[in-house]
Ligand binder design. Structure first.
Ligand SMILES: Cc1cc2nc3c(=O)[nH]c(=O)nc-3n(C[C@H](O)[C@H](O)[C@H](O)COP(=O)(O)O)c2cc1C
Length: 361
């Protein structure tokens, strides 16, 4: 992490945040084409440990630390991202048709809060191009999730069709799919978290999911607990698990000047909110479906708290911006140590350990 903090981060933070992101994607794309560099990346970043291997929703993961959605929206980097040590990668959000997203600037660092505010608005080249990119890259070395969303100009009553249309275009290319109903940057999207709307989407997705790939529903951290209660039976019936959480619309934990800036907040300010919701979802479901925990993970201890609250896997995004790519290995090494300290033989044994009242599956 030293080199990132002392050299790469000051350079990247000197640039506009979206420009820095594009440069990072470009550098990774280049690295993906250079064999010797990929070997170097793997030696630096991949940490293998039997105790970290885990199986969730019938998929085998080499470690529980994944990349969160939104980093590689067009699915261009599925060959090189595993070289950074991720146990799985979630790409997208992909919408059926290409769209430019919101006007720039739309991505901001809030350094004093170790946060990012984004209102990208699902900028992407559409499901067909994502499929072509994935096919060109060949098989991903770690499990791959594809996160699906809705085009900005799709009327609410047709939203469910956008998920199935993308799923059709991406069939055969993912190990799991994510129904994203929680981005704050597409008007009306979070209304799809209502039981009736979500049921319609999940039924539609099921009828197109011929390969029966696991489907996870990604929720907002701002969801009320009463609302979550309604969703649990539906998830149990129609999906395989939850991703908790997306960015927050709250402005707690950031300076006042950001109060009126539209967008979703990630990083440190969303950390506790998402852990709390993971805990609620685990408790209410009795641990009967897997939860992928995401939001403000900057260390192994942060990941451990989410796992203890009920997450079977975790994902990172904003932590990478502040801590660099070495974060993935640091979390994995730290988790392996925490497992040993607590006399657990596997991650699965640690999942939900804060809930002794929940009978284990
Ligand atoms: C710049 C940016 C873009 C994002 N784009 C998406 C997206 O397209 N789809 C999605 O489901 N989540 C998206 N997210 C949310 C992340 O996947 C994650 O849920 C959230 O940022 C909380 O995790 P973090 O604190 O580790 O970043 C985005 C986050 C950021 C910072």
């Amino acid at each position: 992490m030293g080199l990132y903090r002392s050299i790469a981060r000051p350079l990247l933070f000197g640039l506009d945040a979206e420009r820095a992101h594009e440069l990072t994607l470009g550098a990774l794309g280049l690295a993906g084409r250079l064999r010797f560099l990929r070997g170097t990346l793997r030696r630096s970043f991949v940490y293998a440990d039997l105790a970290l291997e885990t199986e969730v929703a019938g998929i085998k993961f080499p470690n529980p630390v994944g990349l969160a959605a939104g980093f590689d929206k067009d699915c261009r980097l599925s060959n090189v991202l595993p070289d950074l040590g991720f146990g799985f990668v979630e790409l997208g959000t992909v919408t059926p048709r290409a769209q430019p997203g919101n006007p720039k600037p739309r991505l901001f660092r809030i350094r004093e809060s170790e946060a990012v505010l984004n209102r990208m608005g699902f900028n992407n080249h559409g499901a067909k191009e994502a499929a072509a990119n994935l096919k060109a890259a060949g098989r991903c070395r770690v499990p791959l999730g594809l996160n699906l969303g809705v085009n900005k100009d799709t009327p609410g009553e047709r939203a469910h069709k956008d998920y199935s249309e993308s799923l059709d275009a991406l069939r055969g290319l993912a190990d799991y799919f994510v129904v994203n109903v929680s981005s704050p940057n597409t008007g009306g999207l979070r209304l799809l978290q209502s039981r009736i709307n979500l049921e319609r989407i999940l039924t539609e997705v099921r009828s197109h999911n011929a390969e029966r790939k696991p489907v996870f529903v990604k929720l907002a951290p701002d969801l009320e607990v009463e609302h979550l209660v309604e969703l649990i039976p539906l998830i149990l019936e129609e999906a395989q698990g939850l991703i908790v959480s997306n960015t927050t619309i709250s402005r707690e934990g950031v300076p006042e000047r950001w109060a009126t800036e539209p967008g979703g907040l990630s990083g440190a300010p969303v950390r506790e909110r998402s852990t709390k919701l993971i805990s609620e979802a685990y408790r209410m479901s009795g641990g009967r479906f897997p939860i992928i925990g995401v939001g403000g993970i900057f260390s192994a201890e942060d990941a451990w708290r989410k796992i203890s609250a009920g997450a079977s896997l975790v994902e990172v995004y904003t932590g990478l911006v502040y801590r660099g790519p070495g974060l993935v290995r640091e979390i994995n090494e730290g988790l392996a140590k925490l497992l040993r300290q607590n006399n657990f033989k596997s991650i699965a044994e640690a999942v939900g350990r804060n809930h002794p009242e929940v009978a284990r599956k």
